[in-house]
Design a protein around this ligand. Structure first.
Ligand SMILES: NC(=O)c1ccc[n+]([C@@H]2O[C@H](COP(=O)([O-])OP(=O)(O)OC[C@H]3O[C@@H](n4cnc5c(N)ncnc54)[C@H](O)[C@@H]3O)[C@@H](O)[C@H]2O)c1
Length: 357
């Protein structure tokens, strides 16, 4: 088989089957059934939205951390309600998915009563795609801010070595389904997961994504991973990454200033921090008015005059929402090499391999 044919994502699995596989792997590695359900739901949410870089293919890197004893699969999350609207969560070096899910749930409950709720989370791990947290808030009719820090991958503006994380900034607001607003973006030209994915799939990357270890532009994902990612918008991307570190790292008591461990480095705990805010949209106008105004904003944005060569204008989150509708119907596409790794992980705990659609 040629490397091109190997890289083709031509096999599909249902979301339900993907969640089943992840839950079996997680439970086989000491995660409680309840937490395995949360982690698998959040991970497969990324696959469904087309964010393949942060979905089920991450499971083997997470399990490697468990096997090396640097991520506690049975960690107890503790939540300390500091004021009626502020919760401090200690993830206990367990899954970021579990701790962040708990933190957002507390923020939402506070916002229902007081209009706003926030949670600071420390001693956590990578939580994948931020948008699942924005969706958790939208599902409860809440606006949200979702911040996290992450391991060094970007130089600061003017610097040449990795210091800042490619830490996504995410936020959202409920509209009327189609007009839900979900922004979820890394402050780099591309998320580092896209480079891991290209490497996994034997693909090249665009020359403006990263520099190799000698500081030269590269289209080779392996060379890019040895070098640095490039921030978007020069000093602005660098400033946003610093902002994520202020709110998620400095404020929480977790690692910051380049101190978070890369999720693919199983030599020590990650000590990631997150910061979550839920806001009730009907504080100043009715919920119905809010949704109508979101809908108007959506229609105005997607109905804008198009630049030359542009076929369609999208609202933030809309491309992913459409991917989700398609993948819920047709399944999630995977390449054979990805299926092999997932099945190897399943085999380690005597779980059934993926059943392909
Ligand atoms: N947990 C971590 O440490 C970590 C680190 C980096 C990235 N990530 C995740 O990686 C994912 C990918 O991030 P990214 O920056 O590569 O995302 P991206 O560039 O694909 O999208 C960024 C945002 O732009 C919007 N968008 C994209 N194309 C658009 C278009 N044509 N028209 C209108 N809007 C458009 C998307 O809806 C999204 O809100 C995110 O889910 C992020 O949370 C996680």
């Amino acid at each position: 088989m040629s490397s091109d044919a190997m890289a083709e994502a031509n096999q599909r699995v249902s979301a339900q089957e993907a969640r089943r596989l992840l839950q079996d792997i997680l439970k086989g590695n000491g995660v409680s059934p309840e937490n395995a359900a949360i982690v698998s739901k959040c991970m497969v949410a990324a696959d469904l939205r087309g964010v393949d870089t942060h979905g089920m293919n991450r499971i083997s890197s997470y399990m490697e951390r468990v096997r090396q004893g640097v991520l506690n699969p049975a960690a107890e999350v503790t939540l300390n309600q500091i004021t009626p609207v502020v919760a401090q969560v200690d993830a206990g070096n367990g899954f970021g998915f579990v701790a962040a899910h708990r933190g957002m749930a507390a923020a939402i409950e506070a916002a229902k009563v007081y209009g706003i709720g926030m949670a600071s989370i420390k001693h956590s791990n990578h939580f994948g795609m931020s948008a699942w947290l924005v969706q958790q808030a939208i599902d409860s009719d809440m606006m949200s801010l979702v911040f996290t820090n992450s391991s060094p991958a970007l130089p600061v503006f003017g610097g040449k070595s990795k210091m800042l994380g490619v830490s996504p900034i995410a936020c959202g607001a409920p509209g009327r389904g189609k007009s839900d607003f979900i922004l979820d973006m890394a402050p780099s030209i591309a998320a580092r997961g896209k480079i891991y994915k290209a490497k996994r799939r034997g693909e090249k990357i665009p020359l403006d994504w990263a520099l190799d270890s000698e500081g030269r532009p590269t289209d080779d994902p392996a060379a890019a991973l040895e070098g640095v990612m490039l921030p978007m918008g020069g000093p602005k991307g660098s400033a946003l990454a610093i902002m994520m570190d202020v709110f998620s790292g400095v404020l929480s008591g977790s690692a910051f200033a380049g101190g978070v461990t890369n999720p693919y480095d199983p030599s020590k705990p990650a000590n990631v921090g997150h910061f979550l805010v839920a806001i009730k949209p009907d504080l100043f106008i009715s919920m119905d008015d809010f949704r109508d105004r979101m809908d108007h904003l959506y229609q105005t944005v997607v109905g804008s005059d198009k630049a030359a060569g542009v076929e369609r204008i999208y609202f933030p989150g809309e491309i992913e929402k459409e991917a989700q509708a398609e993948r819920e119907m047709l399944g999630i596409p995977l390449v054979q090499a990805e299926i092999d790794v997932l099945n190897q992980e399943a085999a380690r705990v005597n779980a059934a391999g993926l059943s392909i659609l």
